[in-house]
Design a protein around this ligand. Structure first.
Ligand code: UDP
Length: 452
């Protein structure tokens, strides 16, 4: 008898072309593929995920005429995002209408877009469904900030005394923890936020978090957004989907294999953060004086005015050959789960934060911009599995915080709390756990709309 091929309903994903946004949306794609959907990834011309063997079942489309690498360099990150949303709207509509023509309009179950790709909304019409790659608390902050009076907020943000005060309604976040951006002026970031959090006719919001991490922020969103909010993370535990846009140097794993358990400090500032040479040198000497082994990811171009690591003094380079290892980009998840890694110096991007908590690794938090400050504040004062380095960086503070984390009793306590959170997160994505049930509810909501 001829076997009938069951056709999968399709889901269209629209990621922001940046590593920290691509990673969770591709993981979400994997999770939904496992639930029986076919996945289409619509990308811009800049920073595309390759259709590697890991995504051989996915379809990839490029929006014609979208901005490129040189546009990002010329415009800067914030104006780039605002312009990307303008130029992509019409071509994405065209892309979607072609997809619909191919197989009929009930074949696309939904469009899931990163909240910063809000141009997708008008095209997605009744299918629309935003996704956020960031945390619930960061979403709450962006919602609150999108409604502030820009002029008086600007005055408050410039006042050194206000900086340390708790922002009304966002306890424990202080003014200085709010997700303003190092990538452009406050007016532009507020404009981006008000576009991004305006979910208009979207039917739901997906959050890459779990209720055990951010229950009050999730409850706030549920109340304010008036559409279902699905906290179904951490997605990297729910569905692994390697989607590195940069080549990983795996030699560092062999180096880790030779180190003692829980002895190594892993250092990475993610895919976008920039640091000054002065700070890099303070870090280097602080690491040197701490006597702890370290694996340091120095992304080319991440140190202002340097190509890569050429500003590090010869004396420090000698030390690296004895007790350290430097790479341009690491397989981070593998590194964090390695038994030799005992701590993580991080810029506290949301993916890195989830990955570190998910492996029970305590953190030194040195946020750079945006929601990283929110995450750092939560790591230090809510989850208490991190210590934040504030103000000017100097080698003495670097040395003492590395020791606090890797040698002192305080670090051992942070590690216990991180391991406790790890266990809770693993339970939340297991069958019957809160995130796993949230994913089921989301999939069922698509079925209820007669979409499957
Ligand atoms: N990452 C990696 N190798 C590195 C540094 C980072 O694979 O050497 C990954 C990391 O695992 C995370 C992502 O890059 O998934 C960075 O995302 P995050 O939200 O932490 O920061 P962003 O890059 O957006 O600032």
């Amino acid at each position: 008898m001829e076997e009938k091929q069951v056709k999968r309903r399709r889901i269209v994903l629209v990621p922001v072309p940046a590593q920290g946004h691509v990673t969770p949306i591709m993981q979400l794609g994997k999770a939904l593929h496992l639930k029986g959907f076919s996945i289409i990834v619509v990308q811009t011309q800049y920073n595309r995920v390759s259709s590697s063997k890991d995504f051989s079942d996915f379809h990839f489309l490029t929006i014609p005429g979208s901005l490129t690498d040189s546009d990002l360099k010329n415009l800067g990150a914030l104006p780039f995002m605002l312009k990307l949303n303008q130029v992509c709207e019409a071509s994405f509509k065209h892309c979607l209408s072609q997809l619909l023509q191919e197989q009929g309009d009930d074949d696309i179950a939904c469009v899931i877009y990163d909240e910063y790709m809000y141009f997708s909304q008008s095209a997605a019409m009744e299918f629309q469904l935003p996704s956020t790659a960031l945390s619930a608390t960061a979403f709450v902050c962006r919602s609150v900030l999108s409604k502030v009076n820009a002029e008086s907020f600007l005055i408050d943000m410039k006042d050194p005394e206000t900086q340390d005060k708790v922002f009304p309604g966002l306890d424990p976040l202080r003014y200085k923890d709010l997700p303003t951006s190092a990538f452009g002026p406050l007016e532009s970031i507020l404009k981006l936020y008000s576009n991004a959090v305006n979910i208009r006719t979207a039917s739901a919001v997906i959050i890459n978090s779990a209720s055990c991490l951010e229950s009050s922020s999730l409850a706030w969103l549920q109340r304010e957004l008036q559409v279902p909010v699905y906290p179904l993370g951490p997605l990297h535990i729910a569905a692994s989907a390697p989607s590195s846009l940069i080549e990983e140097d795996r030699s560092c794993i062999e180096w880790l294999d030779k180190q003692k358990p829980s002895s190594v400090l892993y250092i990475s500032l993610g895919s976008l953060a920039l640091m000054q040479i002065k700070d890099m040198l303070e870090m280097a000497w602080g690491l040197s004086n701490s006597n702890q082994p370290f694996l340091w990811v120095i992304r080319p171009g991440s140190v202002a005015g340097s190509e890569w690591r050429e500003s590090l003094p010869e004396e420090f380079n000698k030390l690296v050959s004895e007790r350290g290892y430097i790479v341009k980009w690491a397989p981070q998840m593998e590194g964090l789960s390695h038994p030799a890694v005992g701590g993580f110096w991080s810029h506290c991007g949301w993916n890195s934060t989830l990955e570190s908590i998910g492996e029970g690794v305590p953190m030194i938090c040195r946020p750079f911009t945006g929601d990283q400050r929110v995450n750092a504040r939560y790591l230090e004062s809510v989850w208490r599995s991190g210590v934040q380095l504030e103000g000017e960086l100097d080698k003495g503070t670097v040395e003492s915080s590395v020791k606090r984390l890797t040698v002192d009793e305080e670090g051992a306590d942070m590690r216990k709390r991180a391991i406790d959170l790890k266990e809770k997160l693993e339970a939340s994505v297991r069958s019957g756990g809160s995130s796993s049930s949230s994913l089921e509810d989301f999939v069922n909501s698509l079925k209820m709309k007669n979409f499957m």
